[in-house]
Write a protein that binds this ligand. Structure first.
Ligand code: G3H
Length: 535
């Protein structure tokens, strides 16, 4: 391992965080509260080396561990604010919601550096990637506002059909429970929370186990920009807080980014699952396929970045690389050298690519996955699979075959399994058997062969990337998956639709109904039945 942890007292001043105004804070019913009923230390994956040589995780701050009663109070606040659709947020004109969201987007910028530093400390995201996560999220908010303006303009038109006159708009669903993951704690939470909110729903957001603190600098802006009870942000143990919320039956929509195991538990807790809509982003095992005529330099560069950006902790990461037997040795050699050249270190170091892992016991779990493969005939072909505290030096494991855990399981970390294939039909078979169906990346040049693979895979995954790695962005592209990978589609455009329901006011296009509609519109008597739109 070429990198090491800082020694006590040597942390640079420009990364320090002071959480005294954030510790134990949460947001319920428009009020920034401080919880005194018990909290947990937020322990960074970043360790300091003590004088005796041992490593100790740095304590970043404290997070409230709410109990079931307080979690229920958050839900009650959201239910009151919804008030069966008669709450002021749900029933107001779209222009007012857009105004509130614009104010929030502006205020977000004021806490950028605080959030970026917390992302570095809590999940060891590099400064560059933490800044990108923050900026991308602000852009997502702004793009959502613009997209809603367009949607609203389109909805002002009246439709004439078979003697009926109708105005069709999108209405909110009710109370939305939003839960994001640790790897993009801000971005992935906000890509559901923001569209749900701007469409008029009310929100309870339960923050992830790691990366929760990065949300806290934004609570004040949420409290200032949105009416009381419309957004509630809570923390604590999942079963303690989320269990009672789901069991109440008062959640209308579940927006969950995490694992299929957990989302299935949550759905089963709802007493009337037929009433629950779900938007999920779950696991994936996205393969890369390197064809015989691939430009190996391009394939290596994209696969290194695709497999190991943020230590491979992305749902979209490449988690298995299939290389054609004719180029396997050449690819493995180049790829291993590129992986070994990645800079390992602390998130604030310039150019760093591999950083400590936040999940407890993760390096050991990865080492066990590697051991399973090596015990069945694979090798670690680079200088990886070295553990130092929370750091894990990336391992390239080759050749990985069916029957090894790394062939089917999502490792969600810096281990790159490489498999050899002979016939393109093997790729089709892999995807058919896989529990997942998010994306695939194809590297090759022959149009006929690439077209054959595209057509074989297009109904098994939701995005096929040609000579580029898998990824979510641009955020205007649909982001979804099949099987255990996702439910519903997220993009700036799709999310507005996912968190709303089409609703129509209709009448026969005869008098006196036409005059009645004209009277409502000209008198600006209704928020819904209206031809007002926002420029
Ligand atoms: O973890 C899943 C993220 O949505 C992936 O996003 O492809 O932009 O890194 P990304």
């Amino acid at each position: 391992m070429r990198a090491s942890f800082p020694t006590e007292g040597t942390l640079p001043a420009n990364v320090r965080v002071d959480t005294r105004t954030l510790d134990d804070r949460y947001l319920v019913d428009g009020e920034l509260r401080t919880w005194s009923g018990g909290s947990a230390e937020v322990r960074s994956p970043i360790c300091v080396r003590k004088a005796d040589g041992t490593l100790e995780r740095v304590v970043v701050g404290r997070m409230a561990q709410l109990d079931a009663a307080e979690a229920r109070r958050a839900l009650e606040a959201a239910s009151r604010a919804w008030n069966e659709g008669r709450g002021p947020w749900a029933s107001t004109r779209v222009a007012r919601r857009i105004g509130a969201m614009e104010a929030f987007a502006s205020k977000m910028g004021e806490v950028r550096e605080d959030v970026v530093r917390l992302l570095m400390w809590e999940i060891a995201k590099t400064r560059k990637d933490a800044e990108t996560e923050f900026d991308r999220t602000v852009q997502y908010v702004r793009d959502t506002i613009e997209s809603l303006k367009g949607l609203d303009r389109d909805s002002t038109r009246f439709v004439m059909e078979e003697g009926f006159l109708g105005q069709i708009r999108r209405s909110p669903l009710g109370v939305v429970l939003c839960m994001g993951p640790f790897n993009y704690p801000l971005n992935e939470t906000y890509t559901t929370l923001i569209p749900a909110l701007i469409m008029g729903n009310t929100i309870v957001s339960k923050l992830p186990k790691y990366g929760a603190m990065a949300h806290l600098p934004l609570l004040r802006a949420l409290a200032e920009c949105f009416p009381a009870g419309v957004v509630n942000v809570i923390q604590g143990d999942g079963p303690t807080t989320v269990g009672p919320i789901m069991a109440s039956g008062d959640v209308d929509c579940l927006a969950f980014i995490g694992t299929s195991r957990v989302v299935n538990i949550l759905k089963r807790q709802h007493p009337r699952p037929n009433r629950l809509r779900s938007i999920t982003g779950l696991e994936a095992k996205n393969p890369a396929v390197v064809l015989p005529d691939a430009d190996l330099d391009v394939a290596v560069k994209e696969c290194v970045s695709g497999a190991l950006t943020f230590n491979g902790q992305r749902c979209t990461a490449l988690k298995l690389i299939f290389v054609h037997e004719s180029v396997a040795e050449a690819f493995v050699e180049k790829f291993s050298a590129a992986v070994d050249a990645l800079k390992i270190g602390m998130p604030w170091e310039p150019g760093v690519q591999i950083t400590p892992l936040p999940e407890e016991g993760k390096p050991e779990l990865l080492a066990r996955l590697v051991e399973d493969a090596t015990s069945k005939g694979a090798r670690v072909v680079n200088a990886g699979n070295v553990v130092e505290g929370t750091l894990y030096k990336p391992a390239v494991v080759y050749p990985v075959k069916p029957g090894m855990r790394l062939y089917t399981e999502e490792q969600f970390g810096p281990v790159v399994p490489i498999a050899v294939y002979r016939d393109d039909a093997e790729i089709d078979a892999f995807m058919r058997d896989s529990a997942y169906g998010q994306q695939v990346a194809l590297f090759g040049r022959d149009p006929k062969r690439m077209a054959g693979l595209i057509d074989a895979l297009v109904n098994q995954v939701s995005r096929i990337n040609l000579n580029t790695q898998c990824r979510r962005g641009p955020d205007t592209f649909p982001f979804t998956g099949r099987k255990d990978s996702a439910e519903g589609t997220l993009s700036v455009f799709d999310a507005l639709r996912a968190f709303s329901i089409r609703t129509v006011v209709a009448t026969s296009s005869t008098e006196p109904n036409k005059e009645l509609v004209s009277g409502i519109i000209s008198g600006r008597l209704s928020s819904f039945l209206s031809t007002d739109f926002i420029l």
